[in-house]
Design a protein around this ligand. Sequence first.
Ligand code: NAD
Length: 286
Amino acid sequence: MRSVERVGVIGSGLMGTGIAEACARAGLDVRVVTTTTGSTRTARQRLTDLVDRQVRKGQLTEDQRERVVDSVTYTCDLDGMADRDLVVEAIVERESAKVELFAKLDKSVTRDDAILATNTSSIPIVRLACATERPGRVVGVHFFNPVSAMPLVELVGSLLTDADVLDQTERFVTDTLGKQAIRCRDRAGFVVNALLIPYLLSAIRMLESGYATAQEIDRAMTLGCAHPMGPLSLADLIGLDTTAAIASALYDEFKEPLYSPPPLLLRMVEARLLGRKSGMGFHDYR
Ligand code: NAD
């Protein structure tokens, strides 16, 4: 079976940038698709900023930095995915946008034997698979943020994913990228977010009802439970829009109140207070 050498990444936000960097670092030829021409410049800058930070922290040498930057090309045209062995979708967590994208990728863009992977946090893989005529080649590969620091990838096959596609994707994630994989069923939130999101939402409800300040809630969990960061800082890191979208998908799937996004979270998203990426969330990053 053909090994994965040419990777496409669609979306150049937090996760798309991190996934592109991880693939380039593993020596793969990476092409990133962004939404508009202007955004290819922003995408290149984001990757450059990411690798520069890694050099400053001593995680990457100057030579490696050059190699990573040179291995990634950018386009705003989906046709750039035509020669890719595997494409990872990492666009906004909105089902309609992802369904539309998978249909396009399948029909006119990618090779028939390409693997179409999604980094969705909560949308059932089978819904994206059914937007294509090759549901057997659609798979979930759920990376964690920041990609370079987090070893886990959740590997999610739908009821229609071919066993050899799952095996090939697992080899790509573990042998090529050096990550650790767990296999999960195709349920909203998979394993990590199904456990994590109710915890983050509880912290937001706690803040909303005035138990303690955001700083106190975060300090409680870092000092009292030795978590590397508190729940509100973590929600800010994930992005409050993404956190709300994952919570809504979990609520739609299970109808459990613990997954229901609290009004404070929804109001903050409407106000575009999205956490670190917008400079302001539960904490101030400006
Ligand atoms: P983000 O908001 O940082 O980036 C999303 C990017 O997608 C933006 O650059 C946007 O311009 C682009 N985009 C939107 N619609 C597009 C389209 N139709 N075609 C091409 N690009 C498009 O979001 P993110 O945090 O990178 O999340 C991306 C995906 O990764 C989501 O599915 C999310 O659930 C998942 N995810 C996020 C995290 C996290 O911690 N943020 C962790 C794991 C998985």
